[in-house]
Design a protein around this ligand. Sequence first.
Ligand SMILES: C[S@@+](CC[C@H](N)C(=O)[O-])C[C@H]1O[C@@H](n2cnc3c(N)ncnc32)[C@H](O)[C@@H]1O
Ligand code: SF4
Length: 322
Amino acid sequence: MNLDRVEIHLYRNCNLKCKMCDFKEYTDEIPSIEKMDKVMSQLKELNVKIVHFTGGEVLLYPNVEDLFRCVVEKGMKVHITTNALLLNNDMKRKAVAKYVSKLQISIDHYKCEMHNMLRGVDKTLENVLAGIKKLKEESPDVLLTMNTVVSKYNIDFIEEMLNLCKEYKFSVFNPIPIKGCEELTPSSEQIEKLLSNEEVLKNKAAEMNIEITAPSFHIFNVKQDKQAYNGILYKEGCKLLHNQMFINMTTGEVLPCPMTMYRNKANVLLGNIFENNISEIWNSARTQEVRDFFANTENKAGKACYDFCDPAFCYNQSMLKK
Ligand SMILES: C[S@@+](CC[C@H](N)C(=O)[O-])C[C@H]1O[C@@H](n2cnc3c(N)ncnc32)[C@H](O)[C@@H]1O
Ligand code: SF4
């Protein structure tokens, strides 16, 4: 089985204080460039095509240009998920422009004051948008996805978010249902209103040539609409582990996907890169066991995902081969 894509969680350290996120004020050890280079060599041997970095905030990595270079020089592509605050820093942005082919950028509101309130730091969206503008001038072919954590503050403004995508040349809009943050969760009335407007929004996105990752806005109704959720996403079980996996650089743990990082991970832990070669882990009986578990809807893998998964994430990754 080919391992096409690996997502790497570098550390939890971050420069923002988002209301809905647990990764605040951590000072995890930053994995050295030597350590990262060893991991990349093992991934190259496995013929991996895409290395996707996330965190915490990837662009805080001190020698980020070296990090990206060591991936690209081994023939693999770099993708990142970022809050993009540091895109307005010339050195960081130049490293991105030179080496990164796809960015998932988190933007939670089209109004600066609302985005900054949700992300906990003043002037964030102003800097993010300025950085994106310069990046697109320096690297016109770079692909941009807008990650929006859908909350009670933005669910009524999806059309405005699509307009922002268009203005800043994003090709994909990735609305993410909020997890574990009751005070920001949209009300049932707000979700109903969105569902009644779904076709209009989808047509609008299509006219603007923007892909929406959510297969249906029913994903925002998962607590109330479990059947729709399972029907949409888990009809065939989860196949992520057929061509991708996730590595936590702080602990060395290898897991099927980032969603399994904190929840029920003992059930799906595949191995540890500090103990075994990545190829041994990918080709192990244990990984096959977890792969079979997730892919088989009979044994309620869908139900396990229901509790901790991000449907837009799954959909997005399942489109990888397109
Ligand atoms: C943990 S962040 C790490 C990358 C980077 N710091 C960023 O914000 O893009 C990865 C993604 O998770 C999203 N996220 C954070 N808290 C969330 C929550 N409670 N529910 C759903 N998604 C969340 C972020 O908006 C971001 O798109
Ligand atoms: S920027 Fe990303 S990692 Fe940092 S607090 Fe916000 S969501 Fe969490």
